[in-house]
Structure formats: structure tokens, C-alpha cells
Design a protein. Structure first.
Length: 417
């Protein structure tokens, strides 16, 4: 069986489970029963929303509210309202300054393909926002391809109330895809009037060294402590939408609407965590040394070397894995040298040279340079050079050893003359 056939078989099984799940109405929602003989074409029968008319036609919109007393794992919805106006300053390198949370929007798309390109449609666009009542997610849905122009027009109007757009991998996927769709529909993309923060890059800085994956759903589980139940994998969403277009059975898409809304809620809750580490690392609650190392590297890239050193030194007390520990020690030594404090780097380099690790040879080389140039201790510099050559010989090290041998062979009294 080909990979495509296996995917189809897997999809049919999933759709069958979805059918069984949603084929029985609950007393609370009093949903009608859908059958193949009586397919449901109206989203109103299953979704709390309405058909919206614009100058470009019609489309469908739905909105859901996550009340402020609720929690999404470790983050309370009410906590979002109290986020600081300057929370995004540091993580955006100063591009986003003093924007209140009610002016932020959280955007995510569900598309007809994962590769992008002019043939890929964003059939569902979700936009989350922080309100006094709680967290609201409005979803713009095109029931067929002819509704795209209306959907995009309404999205533009909705985004006018925001100054900042926050996404997860949106800089490389969601925004370019939507810009293509706007141009194909001969409409102007609305993003130039907003600052764009792609939280993926900050999340990777913090957690790429700790977790195998920084996918949103993984961080939702690992950081927020949320375990999704019955979620539809993203790679199946295009197939489910095409099945909906063919059958007009909207209940098939209910897991997609749920998936999109939860992704946006998770994005908002991670925004309450990630930027705080960049703006005030001393206030961040780090549960793992790898998070501190990731943030320290960001500080180093931002040329905030003292902040980076402080975090690197704290991280080595957090039971790092051996590979990460050795790399962090090397980073500390390199930063001390960069700041002109070679003497402070010597103990760290000595520790690196004392045990087998990927940075051992380089540590011997740096120690050889220090003892030759700073201490004028040519014998010790030669010893360090020979130790490095035993691990990784090179022409440069051979030349250094030859030079040092000549210096060592000259009597000290001759050197003073």
C-alpha cells in the first residue's frame, strides 16, 4: 500500500471516529443528528456564528469566549489581561514599545496545504484578542473557494483595531501565505500597519536545548501542562476540508475549528511566559538549566555580555547534561576573554582541559596562548600546546610548538638581555 493510500485509510478511520463522536446530540447543545441521507450544509446548525456579507460577497464567522475565570493549564485567562504594556519590548529588540495587551492580536491559519504557494488557501483564519470578559477567538471561514474575497475583506477590517500581531511560525508561513491570498484576490494585505512578533523564535531560544521539538502542541504540554484529547493532527486538516467541500457536512470540520482556537489560546498563554524571560530574566521562573542557557545565548547575541555571563554561570549549577555543560563552560570562557578578562577564563579553560569533551583541545590551545602571551611562561605554554597536539594535531600547533621549544631552550638570563 502506498503512503498516499495509507494516509487515506488513516483519514477514513479518523473521520469514522469523528462521525461517531458527533452523531449523537447532547442535551446541553441539542444538536441535530447528521446522516448521509440528510447532510448538513448550514454551519449555523453546528456552530455558534453567522453568515457575514461584505462588498465582496459572503462568508461565515464564529466567535468563542474563554471566560476570565478559566485556566489553560498553568496560565489563567485573567492573567492575560494583566500583562505589562512593555512585556514585548525586549523580545522584539525594542520594535514593540508600550503597546497594551488589548491592542495585541493572536493569529493562526488552517490551510488546504502545508507547503504554501499560490495554490494554497487559508480556509480558516482565527484571531484571538484579550478582552475584559476573557479571551475571544473570532474565526473567519470560507465555506467554498468563492467566499475567499469576502473572508479576507472582513479579516482586514477586524485587524484594524490592533497594533501588534503575534503568531507562531507566522513570519515564514502564515503571513506570507495570507499576503499571497490577498494579492490573488486583488486586495491590499493589512499587515504593514502592525508590528509582527513571531513567538517561535523566542520559544526556540528558551527550549530548543531542552526539548526535542518546539512545536506549539509540544510546548502546550511541556510548559503549560495541557494534554489535548482527540485533537486532529495538522497534516490531516487539508483532507478534512476537501471532504467538507465535497459533502458539505460541516460537522466534519468541528475538530478543525477546535484545533485552531486552542492553538491560538495556547499562543496567548505562551506569550505570558516567553517574553518575560527576555525582559526580566531575574523574575523568570526557570525550571531547567537549558532554558537559562538558551536565554543567555540570546543575551550574548544582543551584546548584553554581562547578562549572558550571569545566566551561563547560573545554568551550570542546574545539572546540565554533559554535552551542554561543556559547551556552556566554553561559552563562559569565550565571553570572559572577549571582555578582556583572560585571567577569569583560565579556571574555566582548566576545567575543560581536565576531562574528555569536545572542547578539550581548544581549551589547551587557549591556555597555551594565555601562558605564552600573558604570563610569559613558555614551558607551560609548550606543555599545553603538546597536550592539544595529542588530541588534534595541526600545522598551526606544530609551528607554535617549534617556536615555544626555541624559547624554552634559551636561558632565562639571555631572554632578559
Amino acid at each position: 500500500m502506498s503512503d498516499f493510500q495509507e494516509q487515506l485509510a488513516h483519514l477514513r478511520k479518523r473521520i469514522a471516529r469523528i462521525d461517531r463522536k458527533y452523531s449523537r446530540p447532547t442535551a446541553k447543545k441539542q444538536l441535530p443528528i447528521a446522516t448521509r441521507q440528510q447532510p448538513l450544509a448550514n454551519p449555523e446548525d453546528w456552530l455558534h456564528g453567522e453568515e457575514i456579507a461584505t462588498a465582496h460577497g459572503v462568508h461565515y464567522e464564529t466567535e468563542r469566549l474563554y471566560e476570565r475565570q478559566r485556566r489553560h493549564g498553568s496560565v489563567g485567562i485573567v492573567d492575560l489581561e494583566g500583562l505589562s504594556h512593555d512585556l514585548l519590548d525586549a523580545i522584539s529588540n525594542g520594535q514593540i514599545r508600550g503597546v497594551p495587551p488589548e491592542k495585541w492580536c493572536f493569529l493562526d491559519t488552517e490551510t488546504t496545504g502545508l507547503a504554501g504557494g499560490s495554490g494554497t488557501y487559508a480556509f480558516l483564519v482565527g484571531v484571538g484578542r484579550i478582552t475584559p470578559q476573557g479571551f475571544r477567538v473570532r474565526q473567519f471561514f470560507m465555506r467554498d473557494f468563492g467566499e475567499e474575497a469576502s473572508q479576507l475583506s472582513a479579516l482586514t477590517e477586524h485587524l484594524k483595531q490592533f497594533d501588534v500581531m503575534i503568531t507562531y511560525n507566522g513570519r515564514t508561513f502564515d503571513q506570507p501565505l495570507l499576503e499571497t491570498r490577498f494579492r490573488m484576490a486583488r486586495q491590499r494585505p493589512p499587515f504593514s500597519s502592525m508590528e509582527h512578533l513571531d513567538l517561535l523564535f523566542g520559544a526556540r531560544r528558551l527550549w530548543n536545548l531542552r526539548f526535542d521539538s518546539c512545536r506549539l502542541v509540544e510546548l502546550e504540554n511541556q510548559i503549560l501542562g495541557v494534554e489535548r484529547q482527540g485533537d486532529l493532527p495538522g497534516e490531516l486538516i487539508p483532507y478534512v476540508y476537501f471532504e467538507y467541500v465535497r459533502t458539505h457536512e460541516i460537522f466534519r470540520l468541528l475538530p478543525v475549528f477546535h484545533h485552531n482556537a486552542i492553538d491560538i489560546l495556547t499562543l496567548a498563554c505562551l506569550t505570558a511566559i516567553v517574553p518575560r524571560a527576555f525582559g526580566a530574566p531575574h523574575q523568570a521562573e526557570f525550571s531547567h538549566g537549558a532554558e537559562m542557557v538558551g536565554l543567555a545565548r540570546w543575551w550574548r547575541q544582543a551584546e548584553q555580555h554581562e547578562n549572558a555571563l550571569a545566566l551561563f554561570r547560573q545554568a551550570i549549577e542546574k545539572n546540565l547534561s554533559d554535552d551542554l555543560l561543556f559547551r556552556t563552560l566554553w561559552d563562559i570562557a569565550a565571553l570572559e576573554k572577549k571582555l578582556g578578562r583572560e585571567h577569569a577564563a583560565v579556571p574555566v579553560l582548566t576545567d575543560l582541559a581536565a576531562s574528555r569533551n569536545p572542547w578539550r583541545a581548544a581549551a589547551f590551545v587557549e591556555l597555551a596562548k594565555y601562558y605564552e602571551r600573558r604570563e610569559r611562561n613558555y614551558a607551560l605554554a609548550l606543555e599545553m600546546t603538546r597536550s592539544a597536539m595529542e588530541l588534534e594535531s595541526s600545522e598551526a600547533l606544530q609551528r607554535r610548538a617549534t617556536r615555544l621549544e626555541k624559547r624554552v631552550s634559551v636561558p632565562k638570563t639571555s631572554r632578559l638581555i
